[in-house]
Design a protein around this ligand. Structure first.
Ligand code: NAP
Length: 473
């Protein structure tokens, strides 16, 4: 696939293209257009011109387009899944799961479009009526990361379109092709020209154009905390509305009355999904001392059975890491922990094969909080396990992070569980659940993990303005 820019319903060339490589073997998957500021401004103009007509459509009409897109995505599930695997690396079954997850946002927001309610407030005077109405913010600039090339796109675009906004999307440089296929499906669904536009290419120029252009009323970003902070600075210039879904460093707490099998299942699912490259992957595990040895043994056994390989080969549980930098970061975390006395239970190294960077599922025990891995986001298949004495110690250590995205804990005791759930400073908490994400639930973080929520009924709020109208009678 040699992709172009999608602007105002037309495919346009950029001065040059860049190659998209398969992280499993370095082979070329296709190329994408290297757009910059000029092309972004062109796309913003198209979105701006399309906005009044799109916003004026009824909620049912907008929902109709989203339902059609959902259907198309499901019809193309296999092909889209293969493309996600080829450009991102996750195993094919997981990639098809991502397609389903991506489609679920289209379905959910097709339904939510019809539930954008306002308010009538009892007024403080007999001859006045107070109304609150919700209106689309306007043109949205959306920036997405590589680790979910399709789902992060629909998690933003579906609520934006449902709310009545038009959008310009900039997907990640490593994975632009899934987003381009999404644009092709938008064209097939006859989404009106200019409602959705896609510009691939120079991140700083495209992001800069979003921030500077007066017509862009909202920027929604998923990616690293570092880039998120940069965007916050840029947004302050024009007080641009901003939603941020940033990095995470999820703790997994296993209390001593937990169902060990359930805890191992949940921790494996949370830790090794996408080879550990999700913002909600468990990054550190705290286990109470009475069950520590048992948990470490069972968790290690399961982790060591996971197969690493090309995601297109049927039996791989873990694909490659996205690139050499990602690989080196993971190895740095492992080596630092080992140097400081961690016990290696399985894995502990990686390998390069045909230009792909793979890391063995790794379990490290006897961890302490001074190790780099307990502070920095690892984004790889490494599970450090620390022994804790009390519930309070586990909570204190879990909260000792600049991040506050996802946390997990395992206990069958209701009272203990409620206390832990309430005390954790995280936007998403999985209680006996290693995979809490769902289209109908709010997703997002506290602290340096971001602003606002995506998913759920909260997800559409980010694309709506609240207008208060006082009517004198
Ligand atoms: P990233 O480097 O911050 O990139 C994310 C997106 O921002 C990409 O499209 C990137 O473009 C773009 N970007 C980079 N520099 C920019 C700039 N100066 N101005 C505007 N845009 C810019 O993050 P990543 O490595 O792709 O993704 C991994 C990070 O995302 C992790 O920290 C992970 O935790 C986080 N994440 C968070 C969530 C969540 O929902 N909270 C979900 C998934 C991932 P290029 O690719 O072209 O550089």
């Amino acid at each position: 696939m040699d992709a172009q820019l999608y602007i105002n319903g037309t495919w346009l060339e950029a001065p040059e293209n860049f190659d998209v490589l398969n992280p499993a073997n370095g082979e070329k998957v296709g190329s994408a257009a290297n757009g910059g500021r000029t092309e972004t401004n062109q796309a913003i103009k198209a979105a701006h011109e399309a906005f009044p007509k799109w916003a004026a459509k009824t909620a049912e009409e907008r929902a109709g387009y989203l339902k059609k897109l959902q259907q198309l995505m499901l019809e193309h599930k296999d092909e889209l899944g293969e493309l996600v695997t080829k450009e991102m690396g996750k195993p094919l079954a997981e990639a098809k799961g991502e397609v389903m997850y991506a489609a679920s946002f289209l379905e959910w927001y097709a339904e939510e479009a019809r539930r954008v309610y306002g308010d009538l407030i009892p007024s403080n005077s007999k001859d006045k009526r107070f109304m609150v109405m919700k209106q689309p913010v306007g043109v949205v600039g959306a920036i997405t990361p590589w680790n979910f090339p399709l789902a992060m796109v629909t998690r933003k675009i579906a609520p934006a379109l449902a709310a009545g906004c038009t959008a310009v999307l900039k997907p990640a440089e490593d994975t632009p092709l899934s987003a381009i296929r999404f644009a092709e499906l938008c064209a097939e669904a006859e989404v009106p020209n200019g409602v959705i536009n896609i510009v691939t290419g120079e991140a700083a120029e495209i992001g800069g154009a979003f921030m500077e252009h007066e017509a862009v009323k909202k920027v929604t970003f998923t990616g690293s905390t570092e880039v998120g902070k940069l965007l916050m600075k840029q947004a302050s210039e024009h007080v641009k509305k901003l939603s941020l879904e940033l990095g995470g460093h999820a703790p997994i707490i296993v209390l001593d009355d937990a169902d060990i099998e359930q805890a191992v299942d949940g921790a494996i699912a949370s830790k090794f999904r996408n080879a550990g490259q999700t913002c909600v992957c468990g990054n550190r595990i705290y286990v109470q001392e009475r069950i520590y040895e048992d948990f470490v043994e069972k968790f290690t056994e399961r982790a060591s059975q996971l197969k690493v390989g090309d995601g297109l080969e049927g039996d791989a549980d873990l694909g490659p890491l996205i690139n050499k930098d990602g690989f080196e970061k993971v190895d740095r975390h492992v080596q630092d922990a080992l140097k400081q006395g961690a016990a290696l239970k399985t894995g502990g190294s990686g390998f390069e094969q045909d230009g792909g960077y793979f890391y063995e599922p790794t379990v490290l025990a006897d961890i302490n909080h001074d190790m780099v891995i307990m502070e920095e986001e690892t984004f790889g298949p490494v599970a450090p396990i620390q022994k804790v004495k009390t519930d309070e110690e586990a909570i204190e250590l879990a909260n000792d992070s600049r991040y506050g995205l996802a946390a997990y804990f395992f206990t069958d005791n209701l009272k203990r569980g409620m206390k832990v759930a309430e005390a954790l400073e995280f936007g998403i908490v999985g209680w006996n659940d290693g995979r809490p994400s769902a289209a109908q639930a709010p997703f997002g973080g506290m602290k340096e993990s971001g602003l606002d929520r995506e998913g759920g009924h909260e997800g559409i709020e980010a694309f709506l303005e609240t207008k208060y109208v006082s009517v004198g009678l």
